[in-house]
Design a protein around this ligand. Structure first.
Ligand code: G16
Length: 543
């Protein structure tokens, strides 16, 4: 088979963001764009020759086209074995599981996560390392450097691989193995979660709704919930992955998963509701009449994880991203384990997990995970919740209220200002950073600034320092506002403002979140001069 070395010229915009390279589909469709980036990744991977590579994606528009290109390029670049999910499908957590299980050198995961799909939607490519987790910044920066000076890419001439048929084929000197997308992941879940107990829960008449939002988790949820655990057929809705996610915005939050929210707040709410995102790494948990914030969910899972077989020996520690509420820290203090605070981005958890410093970790952006893989894992979080529900034999909303009664409640909300002009967003952050030294002691909307900083992270394992990860403002009234710019958008800039306020009094645990946070919102707006810089009077999305 012929290996072609195709001359190319660089694109200037191939710097990966929070989670890989994410752009509009139309950007990826430019001739040589995909090839350049993949070649830059392959040139950066150490030990590619003769190694195993995993390839899969979330099934969004353009997935299969890029997978065929990636397979032919992988064969041309010396990988000897390539594992690819059937029909090109692998959820991000399944890809992480498979990389680890088959000792691959890494994997290409094709996804733009929770961003919309379809010809006018978004696409993305990320590389996960041999530990199964997202590449660290040293790697992604090296890829960017390589992509910025690239002059040729390697690809073999071959016909497309039949991705529908399980089994092996030869591609040049490489073996391509089309694998079942679900099997290895489901097996791993069985080692962590008490499947017998959860099956008994379903047999006792427990009702749940899992909304896969027409994204990749559908086949996983159907096989595990309705297949192995015996939940009634129809428990999983929107379970067929579609290239445009059926028009859904596959972001599991109260705004985009509104059908689930309506059901769970209606008269016929099932006992438990959950949803997952485009590539299956995020989760949303809803109790009857009560949305559980991702920050609370992490805290509750931390408090009760020992009830599941995979965590019965207790937890080494817990980590959360900086903008995530401090609810998990309170549980860690009670359990006598260490709590770590990392920048936004799952990659920052990998070192802590590898070093055995933490067992669980999570983020406000609906990601929760454990040391079983090196990615956040939407369905795993749902299964751990089910295990806890089965073990505690209490309704989900009761578990949440009991948690607040024991630890206090961290009221929490995130305001997103999307599609801003990049300059306006940068000016807002610069202005904010510029005034930090003068803020302590000042009052805004009745709150007094106790302290503030621009979060800088020193990795406790390798000592690397990651500065400028978001501005934190702490108020004396046990409230906090955090400001940062998103690293996953594909057009303009998105300002995220994260607000929280701690309430220890159980008599004040059923207030509307907006009411409790109103002074924090007003203070945040005043301090950052949000309407002045954005021209917006209100956020685009509130979650
Ligand atoms: C990615 C990262 C997460 C991060 C999230 C939001 O998630 O893996 O760690 O919290 O982006 O990032 P930002 O606030 O910069 O938009 P995903 O699910 O999109 O891969």
């Amino acid at each position: 088979m012929v290996t072609n070395r195709v001359p190319t010229t660089p694109f200037s915009d191939q710097r990966p963001g929070t989670s890989g390279l994410r752009k509009k589909v139309t950007v990826f469709q430019q001739p040589r764009y995909v090839e350049n980036f993949i070649q830059a990744v392959f040139d950066t991977v150490e030990g590619a020759q003769g190694a195993t590579l995993v390839i899969g994606g979330d099934g969004r528009f353009f997935n299969e086209t890029v997978i065929q290109t990636a397979l032919k390029m992988a064969a041309a670049n010396g990988f000897s074995r390539i594992l690819v999910g059937q029909n090109g499908l692998l959820s991000t957590p399944a890809a992480s599981c498979i990389i680890r299980k088959y000792k691959a050198v890494g994997g290409l995961v094709l996804s733009a996560s929770h961003n919309p799909g379809g010809p006018d939607g978004d696409f993305g490519i990320k590389f996960n390392m041999a530990h199964g987790g997202p590449a660290p910044e040293t790697f992604t920066e090296a890829v960017f450097k390589r992509a910025s000076g690239i002059s040729e890419y390697k690809i073999i001439e071959a016909s497309d691989v039949d991705l529908g048929r399980l089994g092996e084929t030869r591609l040049g000197d490489a073996t391509v193995q089309v694998i079942d997308s679900v099997e290895d992941y489901a097996e791993l879940m069985e080692t962590l979660i008490d499947f017998d107990r959860v099956s008994r829960l379903f047999r006792s008449g427990f009702r749940m709704r899992f909304d896969a939002l027409s994204a990749v988790t559908g086949p996983y949820a159907k096989a595990i919930l309705e297949g192995r655990l015996g939940a009634p057929a129809g428990t999983v809705v929107n379970g067929e992955p579609k290239p445009d996610f059926g028009g859904h915005h596959p972001d599991p939050n109260p705004v985009h998963a509104h059908d689930l929210m309506d059901l769970m707040h209606g008269p016929d709410a099932p006992d438990f509701g959950a949803a997952s995102d485009g590539d299956g790494d995020r989760n949303m948990i809803v109790a009857p009449g009560l949305f559980v914030t991702p920050s609370d969910s992490l805290a509750i899972l931390t408090a009760h994880a020992h009830l599941a077989p995979g965590y019965s020996r207790g937890l080494a520690g817990v980590a959360r991203s900086m903008p995530t509420s401090r609810a998990a820290d309170r549980v860690a203090a009670k359990l006598g384990i260490k709590a770590y605070e990392t920048p936004t981005g799952w990659k920052f958890f990998a070192n802590l997990l590898d070093a055995g410093l933490i067992t669980l970790c999570g983020e406000e952006s609906a990601g929760t995970g454990s040391d079983h893989i090196r990615e956040k894992d939407g369905l795993w979080a749902v299964l751990l919740w089910l295990n806890i529900l089965a073990a505690l034999e209490k309704p989900a909303d009761q578990i949440v209220r009991d948690h607040w009664a024991a630890f206090g409640r961290d009221y929490y909300s995130r305001h997103d200002y999307e599609d801003l002009e990049t300059k306006a967003a940068n000016d807002l952050m610069d202005n904010l950073r510029g005034k930090l030294s003068k803020l302590p002691g000042q009052q805004f909307a009745g709150l007094t600034v106790a302290g503030c900083d621009d979060f800088s992270y020193t990795d406790p394992v390798d000592g690397s320092v990651t500065p400028r990860q978001g501005v934190r403002i702490l108020f004396e009234e046990d409230a906090r506002a955090v400001f940062r710019l998103s690293g996953t958008g594909t057009s303009g800039a998105t300002l995220r403002v994260y607000m929280e306020r701690f309430e220890p009094d159980p008599n004040r645990h059923s207030l509307p979140t907006a009411e409790v946070l109103a002074p924090v919102v007003a203070a945040a707006n005043a301090i950052a001069e949000i309407s002045h810089y954005t021209g917006l009077e209100a956020p685009t999305v509130i979650t």
